[in-house]
Design a protein. Structure first.
Lengths: 181, 539
């Protein structure tokens, strides 16, 4: 049986371990809640994590991995972890790497021939690509947060100038265009 | 090669599982993005607060007064005697956990110390140590611990990660109001000069000048005059607001956020248009005040006395102007203070009349004692009696959902009036899932003075449960507008939406009303109040 078929067969076991490991990056009380509360609106973090991991594993096992689909499935979970200040960057975005150990552990003795090991190396390359993608999204989210902080400061200063009567805006003409334009 | 670090040395910081220790043994870690800057001493001094000093939450030494433990113990004791509710809340919690997963900050941050039960336990543990026999004798076994600097820092960090929204209290079988515990805890911290600037400076400005930003009366009037020009451009009507008019029927007070912060400014224009309409059609005489120019009450986040002081200004102005009653704008905390505290602090406001809508004859029984009516109740009453000419098709480009702002919803029980107003002025309205609205509404994540820029991570995580429900109706029904009745919501949601659901914009209720409202003698409108083309008017 090919490596891909083996992985497909053990998919639910791999997913379960992956989900548990990601959830265990949270403190134990939180991990318990994330696992047990099934309502999507009471537990958006658990729901997004579960859905994302499920879709990502599915994408990894396809003959061709669609990088656009990977990005869209990574986004919800990385977007959450990027603002959860308890995480360092590697903790926030590094959860894709968990799959490497999990797959080696699950397949164990099935990885006893050179062909499967070669296939595994190729497969792990996909995991690396996915991790890089997660890092890109993480950075995009962090930049968005910094941008909001910067905008807030800029607006504060502009509004203060405005209130102090220090801003003379360029008047508009009747067509709505700036007169000086 | 032997000089190269081993991989486990490089990766020693990359630990993916948190320590498995009890909460009391995990010291507080004050993380950037999760707290607001310390209060400016100038602002605290202006309010006459005690033990004002320079300090920085990230510093080891917080420059506390030498006898800080004594001050705190004394303050704790005084308040246990003074507020029976706090005493009861300290004793009756059985740690059933019903509240544990109901807090938006817990759900979003994943930090267990944001479970309401645990946040309260931060205070209770010290209470047990200082005031109960079991705690004194058995210490940690009885869940007691001594107050020290680490515990104090933990208090500060987590008491300013609670927006006092009271969602958790809805689920407590004993009716413990955890918001009251936060209010109490913050009041104690205030005794040591440990407030945040996003609260202290607006409070000082409000106390001295009349509103959070310290806008002076002439500048306040100037801002509204700008809106008059904008409204005239759009409708051809000069709405002629009245200021400080003695003998007017009604004094209107709204949060100053509506006057200076988009998108609240469009809601402000909406109020002005509604009052013009009512004046022309029915002769209703409404005045604004440049002195009581703030509805928001951040005093609520410092101490009971400060809350009382700020609240009293509105009533003093109503008395000075000799109006019949007060109409309040779309605000959050203002309504909580009015409905829950005003009557015993500054009330009853006997010098005012029991509010009756002079146009419909409706008596607002709920405002019998406070003499203050919410604009949504007022507008809903006008619509119900067919007193407004409305063209809801002007809002046809909008698919609207409604966020129940915590204070008007849980603090005064106003659920149906805003929905009735929206359905009357918009053709497309979709509620969010049941467990995220009405009394179960999720906070915007920025309430109780936490709407700063520096704590953006706290705001994004705290607002996640709300944004998640908005995302659901956006994906299911194409919702593109989030309506609310609170100035903090209007200030906080644009950022929250841009991070989680960028396709959704934010509006106040009265902006929607004003877009649909047909003013007597108006020209054909081509744009909405934001200057965007109305449906069918696109080029």
């Amino acid at each position: 049986m090919s490596l891909e078929k083996l992985l497909e067969k053990r998919k639910s076991e791999i997913l379960k371990k992956w989900y548990n490991q990601v959830v265990d990056t949270y403190p134990p009380e939180t991990a318990l809640f994330l696992r047990e509360q099934k309502d999507a609106f009471s537990n958006p973090v658990g729901k997004a994590t579960r859905d994302s991991l499920h879709a990502l594993l599915g994408e990894l096992l396809k003959p061709e991995m669609d990088s656009e689909a990977v990005r869209s499935h990574l986004d919800p979970v990385v977007r959450i972890r990027a603002v959860q200040a308890m995480f360092t960057p590697s903790q926030a975005a590094g959860f894709v790497y968990f799959l490497k150990d999990i797959i080696r552990e699950v397949l164990g003795r099935d990885l006893d021939n050179a062909d499967r090991l070669n296939r595994l190396l190729a497969f792990e390359r996909r995991i690396d690509d996915m991790s890089m993608s997660a890092f890109n999204i993480y950075m995009k989210c962090r930049e968005a947060v910094f941008q909001m902080k910067a905008n807030q400061e800029k607006n504060k200063i502009y509004k203060a100038f405005l209130r102090a009567g220090l801003v003379e805006e360029i008047p508009r003409d009747e067509t709505g265009n700036h007169k000086d334009a | 090669m032997s000089d190269l670090p081993k991989s486990e040395e490089i990766l020693k910081d990359v630990e993916h599982a948190p320590p498995k220790k009890g909460w009391m043994n995990i010291p507080v870690d004050i993380r950037k993005g999760m707290y607001c800057y310390a209060a400016n001493p100038k602002s605290l001094n202006a309010l006459g607060f005690p033990n004002v000093h320079e300090w920085n939450p990230k510093d080891e030494d917080w420059n506390l007064p030498e006898n800080w433990q004594e001050i705190l113990h004394k303050g704790f004791k005084e308040r246990l005697d003074r507020f029976r509710s706090v005493k009861v809340f300290m004793d009756i919690c059985v740690r059933c956990g019903a509240c544990a997963d109901k807090c938006h900050y817990f759900i979003g941050t994943g930090d267990p110390k944001n479970m309401p039960v645990l946040r309260a336990e931060l205070l209770r543990s010290v209470y047990r140590n200082d005031f109960t026999l079991a705690g004194k004798l058995l210490g940690k076994i009885a869940g007691a611990r001594k107050m020290d600097e680490d515990v104090l820092k933990e208090w500060w960090y987590y008491l300013f990660q609670c927006s006092e929204c009271r969602r958790c209290s809805v689920f407590c079988p004993y009716g413990i109001d955890t918001a009251e515990i936060t209010i109490f805890g913050r009041e104690l911290l205030n005794l040591l000069g440990l407030n945040i600037d996003w609260i202290a400076t607006p409070v000082a400005n409000c106390y001295r000048t009349g509103n959070h930003l310290g806008i002076q009366p002439h500048a306040f009037k100037d801002m509204l005059d700008f809106f008059v020009e904008d409204i005239e451009d759009i409708t051809g009507i000069n709405v002629e607001p009245q200021f400080n008019k003695k003998g007017a029927d009604i004094l209107f007070i709204t949060p100053s956020g509506d006057v200076f912060a988009d998108p609240g400014t469009y809601t402000c224009m909406g109020y002005m248009m509604l009052f013009k309409y009512l004046k022309d059609k029915y002769g209703l005489d409404v005045t604004w005040s440049t002195y009581a120019s703030e509805g928001g009450n951040f005093g609520f986040f410092t101490s009971h006395e400060t809350m009382k002081r700020l609240n009293s200004k509105m009533y003093a102005e109503a008395k000075r102007l000799g109006v019949k009653w007060i109409l309040g704008g779309e605000c959050g905390h203002m309504w909580r203070v009015i409905n829950q505290y005003m009557d015993t602090m500054n009330g009853p406001a006997d010098f005012l009349e029991e509010p009756v809508n002079p146009i419909t004859g409706t008596r607002f029984e709920n405002a019998k004692s406070t003499k203050m009516v919410h604009i949504s109740e007022f507008t809903a009453d006008l619509i119900k009696h067919g007193k407004l000419d409305l063209d809801p098709s002007r809002n046809d480009d909008l698919k609207v959902t409604f966020h129940d702002s915590c204070n008007p919803a849980r603090g005064m029980g106003m659920f149906d009036e805003p929905r009735y107003v929206i359905r009357s002025v918009c053709n497309q309205f979709y509620d969010m899932p049941r467990n995220t609205i009405r009394e179960n509404t999720f906070c915007c994540g920025s309430g109780s003075g936490l709407n700063a820029g520096e704590d953006m991570e706290l705001r994004m995580t705290g607002g996640l449960p709300r944004a998640n429900a908005v995302k659901f109706v956006h994906e299911k029904h194409g919702v593109n507008m989030l309506a609310c009745v609170c100035a903090i919501d209007r200030a906080a949601f644009p950022d929250l939406m841009s991070y989680w659901v960028p396709e959704v914009d934010v509006t106040g209720l009265t902006e929607l009303v004003a877009n649909a409202l047909i003013l007597p003698g108006e020209k054909q409108r081509e744009t909405n109040l934001r200057g965007e083309p109305l449906p069918g008017m696109e080029e």
